[in-house]
Design a protein around this ligand. Structure first.
Ligand SMILES: CC(C)(COP(=O)(O)OP(=O)(O)OC[C@H]1O[C@@H](n2cnc3c(N)ncnc32)[C@H](O)[C@@H]1OP(=O)(O)O)[C@@H](O)C(=O)NCCC(=O)NCCS
Length: 448
């Protein structure tokens, strides 16, 4: 084995460790669209899910079957009928849906049963259990359209799913539900996944879909200047959703987003939209810092907010000990009062636990993040990261390309979060003039 391999593999594996620890024992609901399976992605998805499960994550897998049902309908010479973005399930469509679901379950169970030596599934023993966990009700007649056997989720058997997960099995759900009269209803994968995630209070809901995520500017096409927005706070996601036209196709921006927003409002802290087209997208989203798709996150807005004049005292109290020991540069009350609009804070029950300020240099398309502080008793709980993310969003919304920090003791924290060391000469002219060469602060930059 080459020495280079050791130097790349070991740090790489260790960098993933915090995420492995963090997700152990958590519940993820993963909704995979039927298109992913039709595109031949099932084997790799199964391998990745088996790996994630082996690292202690409890997984509920919900599969879609839109193209498979349409294929069956076509074979029977029947056309697929939709209204309000939902299938109208007549007798023939119900038959097709049952056939497609049966076939897909069979294929999925087979994919999780692989175990050939020298493959990622070698040694994996994934038990996949399906069942009648969903009670459904008919959609009924909407605006004069009879949806017949199309249904909506009425109830999720939370105890039953939890017992199955406790046994160490993966729960596999098809978009079907049954009514107390024994009737079968065709549901949508997205609604089943969302309802199950909410009912279970899952830690994550992940849609593996046709779209790469939500773009920074969803009205504009893909480009280097319009990348995927990796993190959308719930409030911003709701605002975006309200501005978008209603979704009818899975490729519409609002299609998965509406379910992510619903799940987040229903108590699922993080909902993700990731593309099946990227091999390993699940691993990239779950075990890499920035992920690959879009994550809608409920960050408890009452806690994380922009500061007001009333917060000056609390901020002073928070940063003072760090100014005394030299970690932070001294700022007096007047300076903080003047710049209070630049501060973001985390407040809980009237006490400020974290803060940071953003000083833009628009001429250089960058901004300084200053005075990042988390109170000693609440460090290590992610507040620092939360504030950083918010500062990044504020900078992005100002159209800036990067943020930078000057630090003497906290380089590693920033480097781990995507900052890179640069020469002080890199600083915008106006900031360079104020740079204290005696303090020898390191300059770290993060591209947005
Ligand atoms: C740096 C700071 C803001 C991080 O806040 P936090 O809420 O504790 O950060 P998070 O919970 O998001 O991250 C915690 C991780 O950062 C690590 N960390 C904390 N301080 C660090 C430092 N100085 N250097 C490197 N890593 C550090 C923790 O060990 C923990 O690592 P782990 O996730 O591997 O366990 C906080 O420690 C702080 O206020 N420090 C004093 C002030 C300061 O140095 N500010 C920066 C001025 S430029």
């Amino acid at each position: 084995m080459s020495a280079v391999f050791n130097f790349t593999f070991v740090p790489w594996f260790r960098s993933v460790a915090p995420y492995i620890h963090m997700h152990r024992g958590k519940t993820f609901v993963v909704g995979v669209c039927g298109e992913a399976i039709a595109a031949g992605k099932l084997q790799h998805l199964a391998q990745d899910l088996a790996l994630i499960q082996s690292m202690g994550v409890r997984i509920v897998l919900v599969h879609g079957f839109r193209p498979q049902v349409n294929e069956q309908l076509k074979a029977k010479g029947h056309t697929a009928k939709y209204s309000h973005g939902m299938r109208i399930t007549d007798e023939v469509a119900l038959d097709c849906a049952q056939e497609a679901a049966g076939q897909l379950r069979y294929e999925i169970e087979a994919a999780f049963s692989q175990g050939l030596p020298n493959t990622p599934m070698a040694g994996a023993t994934v038990r996949v259990l399906s069942g009648n966990f969903i009670t459904a009700r008919p959609v009924g007649i909407v605006d004069g359209v009879d949806f017949q056997h199309s249904g909506l989720v009425r109830k999720v058997d939370v105890a039953g799913i939890n017992r199955t997960l406790d046994m160490g099995a993966m729960v596999l759900l098809s978009p079907f539900g049954f009514s107390p009269t024994g009737e079968a209803f065709n549901l949508t994968m997205e609604e089943v996944a969302t309802s199950v995630a909410m009912a279970l209070h899952a830690d994550k809901l992940i849609f593996v879909g046709e779209v790469p995520g939500i773009r920074m500017d969803p009205s504009q096409p893909e480009s280097d200047d319009n990348p995927i927005d990796t993190e959308l706070p719930l409030a911003a996601a709701e605002k975006l959703l309200a501005a978008l036209p209603g979704a009818t196709l899975p490729t519409d921006t609002a299609f998965y987003l509406q379910h992510c927003v619903k799940a987040c409002k229903g108590g699922v802290e993080r909902s993700h939209i990731i593309p099946f087209a990227v091999d390993g997208a699940l691993l990239l989203e779950v075990y890499v810092h920035d992920g690959i798709g879009t994550m809608v996150v409920d960050e408890k807005l009452e806690e994380l907010r922009e500061a007001t004049a009333d917060d000056v005292g609390g901020i002073l109290q928070l940063i003072e000990p760090f100014e005394k020991d030299g970690t932070l540069v001294k700022r007096d009350r007047t300076e903080i009062e003047r710049d209070i609009g630049n501060y973001t804070i985390v407040e809980h029950d009237g006490v400020i636990f974290a803060c940071a300020a953003l000083y833009p240099y628009p001429e250089a398309k960058t901004a300084e993040m200053a005075a990042l502080t988390v109170s000693p008793e609440s460090q290590g709980q992610g507040d620092g990261e939360k504030v950083l993310k918010r500062i990044e969003q504020r900078a992005k919304s100002m159209g800036l390309d990067s943020i930078f920090v000057l630090t003497t003791r906290t380089m590693h924290w920033f480097i781990k979060r995507g900052f890179q060391n640069v020469d002080p000469d890199w600083l915008p002219e106006a900031r360079k003039r104020k740079y204290n060469w005696d303090r020898k602060s390191q300059v770290l930059v993060k591209k947005l």
